[in-house]
Design a protein around this ligand. Structure first.
Ligand code: ADP
Ligand code: DP6
Length: 313
């Protein structure tokens, strides 16, 4: 059984765990699923659990652990061979774990003949990687932080498709040195963490309104503020402060400010890596690509738009 799930980029971020075993987050988060980046995963019965990623046998610890969680939750099943293709750089802060664990959850449940509602799939996938809970849904999705396993799930925002675009500026596709899981452990030690949490709760509500009002400028401004706040936590962590930013990340951020001064709608969001996603309109996106290409000719740039939910074949 084969499933395809697209990556999602959080406009309001998940950056901290309240319960590591159940993977319950400290914040509710809200994302846009992207058309350009996705994972396709197929599973079939085998003699023992096996994981092949992009035609290579790779470290399967995380996948094995997740399959065992699925066995606890769904009832025991025979060993599986998992074959996956990432059409997104792995571990580079472009959300490969989101599309990966959503596709894996979909492929396994379908292999077992189960047709579960997406909200239920999102609860399961959350245990593999939190951001995966949002990747079952097309367009905008929100993950309610909840208070326990049952109440921490994602759902569609049921918003109209907007002429929103994300210009993905790939500064580096090498795997990051500090995983999201480790980065969060450090960030929650920042003295500013509680302030970020309460701001994020308001931004989660404001973002829903901005999307339903189709106000892309507001969406961008809120997302940028939320993301820069998240990265400030990393810098101010009491335990092992760090940053995912490189010189090129900083340069792109200042170019985005210049563009805004020129009247171009452009806002940044950044995840656990140096790559920058520029929130803009489908109309302005080509202009932004031209400016960035001119300023940093080596930069890999792609324009992504709203993408679909999980599919099976
Ligand atoms: P990213 O920024 O790409 O989301 P993470 O460090 O959060 O990076 O997650 C990357 C991890 O997710 C990998 O180390 C691997 O364990 C897992 N992963 C990535 N792609 C797949 C896949 N297609 N199937 C299963 N697990 C995957
Ligand atoms: C910055 O979902 O990769 O992209 O649950 O530990 O696997 P784990 O973390 P992960 O973290 C994503 C963090 C983020 C923000 C977001 O996607 O909400």
């Amino acid at each position: 059984m084969k499933a395809t799930a697209h990556t999602n980029i959080a406009l309001i971020k998940y950056w901290g765990k309240k319960n590591t075993e159940l993977n319950l987050p400290t914040t509710s988060s809200l994302s846009l699923t992207l058309d350009k980046f996705y994972t396709t995963t197929s599973v079939e019965p085998a003699n023992h659990d096996r994981f092949i990623l992009n035609d290579q046998v790779v470290d399967a610890t995380r996948v094995h652990r997740f399959l065992d969680i699925l066995r606890q939750q769904l009832g025991d099943f025979t060993p599986l061979q998992v074959i996956s293709e990432n059409h997104v750089p792995t571990s580079a802060g472009l959300a490969s774990s989101a599309s990966a664990f959503a596709a894996l959850t979909g492929a396994v449940t379908h292999e077992l003949g189960m047709d579960l509602p997406k909200e239920e799939l999102s609860r399961l996938a959350r245990r593999g990687s939190g951001s995966a809970s949002r990747s079952f849904f097309g367009n905008f999705a929100m993950w309610h932080k909840g208070i326990d396993d049952a109440s921490s799930f994602a759902e569609s925002l049921n918003a109209p498709e907007l002429p929103i675009a994300l210009v993905v500026a790939e500064v580096c596709d090498a795997p990051k040195k500090i995983t999201s899981t480790e980065g969060m452990k450090r960030a929650i030690t920042s003295p500013n963490y509680d302030r970020w949490l309460s701001k994020s709760a308001n931004q989660f509500i404001d973002m829903q309104h901005a999307i339903l009002d189709q106000d892309i400028d507001k969406i961008g401004a809120l997302a940028e503020d939320n993301a820069l706040g998240m990265h400030a936590l990393n810098l101010t962590a009491t335990r092992s402060p760090f940053t995912y930013f490189t010189d090129k990340t900083q340069l792109i951020l200042s170019l985005i400010q210049d563009m805004r001064h020129q009247g171009i709608l452009a806002y940044a969001t950044i995840d656990a890596g140096p790559n920058v996603k520029i929130i803009t309109t489908t109309q302005e996106a080509p202009k932004i690509v031209t400016i960035l290409n001119h300023a940093i000719p080596s930069l890999k740039l792609e324009i992504a738009q709203s993408g679909p939910g999980i599919s099976y074949d």
